[in-house]
Every structure is written in structure tokens, then in C-alpha cells.
Design a protein around this ligand. Structure first.
Ligand SMILES: *Cc1c(COP(=O)(O)O)cnc(C)c1O
Length: 378
């Protein structure tokens, strides 16, 4: 029987056509025609003042840390249950990381624990929309406003997902998307930064263009360009943007197909949750998710690892993440956990991600869920 992979990078079938056009257009560096199309699409789709493709979400986060003017000794509040890039972006600027526990239902930062982690050094809150399910943003934005903090959304998994009708990534000062091959929409390696405040788009263009005002020069707003701030090169090649573009054109179709797989998993596994054998994802009413991920939670680590082995024997690849950052070597060097780790470690040990990608068939979902059934019957 065919193996079922954990992920297959999304493709529409029109990628070659667009890549060829990008090459024949003779401009393959950053900010060509396809980058412009993608930027405009993201800006419209999210209602952001500015949206710019970057070479990764990691780079978008690093750019956000520069935009937020994070300095050595500042503190940034974030969950420990996240990918390393959320933390690296701020540690690279010399900030101290202050990890806060997650909620056991969504695995997002527990908004009720943020306020007590704030000190006079706190500069920003970095929240992560795990599995494309929004954090409790109204509470987080209110805390930030009352304490004059910047909010950075790691919306790597949140493209085309919403909280109370607002696009993930568009609510904080800065939002960061990923277009890595494991995400819902992909250009191999890539990402985007979203800017909420129209007065900050000029600075974003400067920081993204090596600290120069080259973007203004290209628009004819200045007659030569020069070095105006620190910055870096965050522009992807237009060839990569040409790969992404047809997927953005088909964004709705891709989203619906993924949601179909997600709901099929949920229906076929619901009886195991009813029997108290495992837990399924929780989607709060105010959140419209994008089926970035389908995960289950087992009783404990031992059961999770046994289930991974069982699925592997059946040719099904299921994976787990994240090793909590505060328990890693660099985590204790660059940060501290504030308060009690009630859920971060526990939930990360119970979590198992099932195969999920654009093109996963209902037959494949059936094969996965039948094997999970069989495991629990043993
Ligand atoms: C994938 C991911 C990233 C990193 O994205 P890249 O585009 O690979 O740099 C960052 N944060 C989270 C939560 C992610 O899932």
C-alpha cells in the first residue's frame, strides 16, 4: 500500500508557466511583477496598510523586531510552545525572552497570564496563532495598549484565517506569514511582513531594502537613494514569488479542500473523543481557522510515541512538535519562564499531528483514522 506522507508542498499546476514568465520578463531580483502581485493580494486580503514578501517568516519576524526597535535588555513576552524563530528574532537584538504558559484548549499563549509577566523592561508581546487558530487578540491588544507595548503576531500558520472577522497577522503592529513548503501556501522558502500603521510602511520599505530608500527612488519620489537606517535584505527573488502567485489565485479552493480533510478527520475520530480516549482540536467560536493542521492529543507521551510507531508501521507519517523553548539549552540562556509550566510541557508531549496537505484524499483520511481506531482497540 502507498505510504501517506505527512506533507506534500502545495501546487496548482500553473507554477511553471508563471516561473517561465518571470524569467522571460528579465527581472528576477526582488520586487518584480510577481512580488507586486503577491504583496497587493496579501494587503487586500488582510486589510493591512502594507504587506511585503520576505525570504521567510523567520526573516519577517527579524524585520518586525527591527521595526519595533527592540534593544539590548528589553523584554519580550512570548509562549514557550512555539518554533525557534519566534524567539530568535528578539534574542538576536539582545532582548530577554519571558516565556508564558499556554492555554490547553488552543495551545496559544494564555492571555490571562500576560499581565503579571510585564516589568518596566517589557517592550513587546509576540503571540503565535497555533494551527491557524487565533489567539484571544482583543484581550492581548488591550493589555498592550494599556502598557504601551508593541504586538507582533507570528501568523506563520495563519494565512487566510480570522479572529472575529479580522485576518490573523493584521491586528498587531506587525504580522508575519510563512510560505515555507510545509505551510498552506508556499514558495519553497518565503514569508511576508504585514504592517498595520500606514505611517510605518516607509520605514518597512527602508529596512527591507538594506536600510536604503531605494523603494522611494524606484517610484521616482527621490532622485537618488542612500543609506538612511540599519536594515537588511529581506526580498525574495521574483522567481519564488511566481511559484506562490497561482496558489494565492486559488487560495479559496486550497482552503476549502484542506477544511474538507480537517472536518473528515474530526468526524471520523469524534467517537474516540466521546469515549475519553483522545482529544480533538478546539476552535473557539470567534475563530475561523484554515485547517493548517490536524492534531490529536493522547493521554501521555508514552501513548503518543506508541501511536507514532503504530502509524509508521502502516506507512503513515505522523509527527510531533515543539520541544518547549524554555527547556532547550538556548532557552535558559536567553530567557526565563514566568510563572508555572502547567500546560506547555504536558500538552507538547501529548500532541500528534496527522498528515495534512492540499490534495490529501478522503480515502487517505479514512486509512489514517482506521489505523488510529485499531490502535485504541488493542
Ligand atoms: C513555520 C513557522 C515559522 C518559520 O517559518 P519560516 O518561513 O520557515 O521561516 C515561524 N513560526 C511558526 C509558528 C511557524 O510555524
Amino acid at each position: 500500500m502507498d505510504k501517506i506522507k505527512f506533507n506534500i508542498p502545495p501546487r496548482t499546476g500553473r507554477e511553471m508557466e508563471h516561473i517561465q514568465r518571470a524569467i522571460e520578463g528579465g527581472k528576477i531580483c526582488g520586487d518584480g511583477e510577481y512580488t507586486g502581485l503577491c504583496n497587493d493580494w496579501i494587503r487586500r486580503q488582510t486589510g493591512s496598510a502594507g504587506a511585503y514578501l520576505t525570504t521567510s517568516c523567520t526573516q519577517a519576524l527579524e524585520m518586525a523586531a527591527l521595526m519595533a526597535d527592540i534593544q539590548s535588555g528589553d523584554e519580550v513576552i512570548l509562549p514557550s510552545f512555539t518554533f525557534v524563530s519566534t524567539a530568535n528574532a528578539f534574542a538576536l537584538r539582545g532582548a530577554r525572552l519571558v516565556f508564558v504558559d499556554i492555554r490547553p484548549d488552543t495551545n496559544n499563549i494564555d492571555e490571562a497570564l500576560i499581565e503579571e509577566a510585564i516589568t518596566d523592561k517589557t517592550k513587546a508581546i509576540a503571540c503565535v496563532h497555533y494551527a491557524g487558530v487565533g489567539c484571544e487578540m482583543d484581550t492581548i491588544l488591550d493589555i498592550a495598549r494599556r502598557n504601551s507595548l508593541c504586538v507582533i503576531e507570528d501568523a506563520a500558520q495563519g494565512v487566510c484565517a480570522y479572529y472575529k472577522g479580522r485576518a490573523l497577522g493584521s491586528m498587531g503592529d506587525y504580522g508575519c506569514f510563512s510560505f515555507h513548503e510545509t505551510k498552506n501556501y508556499s514558495m519553497g522558502e518565503g514569508g511576508a511582513i504585514l504592517i498595520r500603521d500606514p505611517e510605518k510602511t516607509d520605514m518597512a520599505e527602508i529596512i527591507r531594502e538594506k536600510g536604503t530608500d531605494r523603494s522611494r527612488f524606484l517610484r521616482g519620489q527621490v532622485d537618488k537613494y542612500s543609506w538612511v537606517s540599519i536594515g537588511s535584505s529581506y526580498l525574495p527573488s521574483d522567481i519564488n514569488a511566481a511559484y506562490l502567485w497561482p496558489q494565492l489565485e486559488d487560495a479559496e479552493k486550497i482552503n476549502e479542500q484542506r477544511l474538507g480533510s480537517w472536518h473528515a478527520y474530526y468526524q471520523r475520530l469524534a467517537h474516540l473523543q466521546d469515549k475519553g480516549l483522545l482529544e480533538l482540536p478546539v476552535i473557539p467560536e470567534e475563530c475561523q481557522h484554515n485547517a493548517h493542521m490536524f492534531y490529536i492529543k493522547t493521554q501521555d507521551l508514552e501513548e503518543r510515541d506508541a501511536l507514532i510507531r503504530h502509524l509508521k508501521e502502516q506507512g503513515i507519517s505522523a509527527v510531533f512538535h515543539y520541544v518547549p523553548l524554555h527547556s532547550a539549552a538556548a532557552g535558559s540562556r536567553y530567557g526565563r519562564f514566568h510563572g508555572e509550566d502547567r500546560y506547555t510541557t504536558r500538552e507538547s508531549q501529548r500532541l500528534l499531528r496527522l498528515p495534512m496537505y492540499y490534495g490529501l484524499t478522503l480515502d487517505q483520511v479514512d486509512r489514517v483514522t482506521e489505523q488510529i481506531d485499531r490502535f485504541y482497540r488493542k
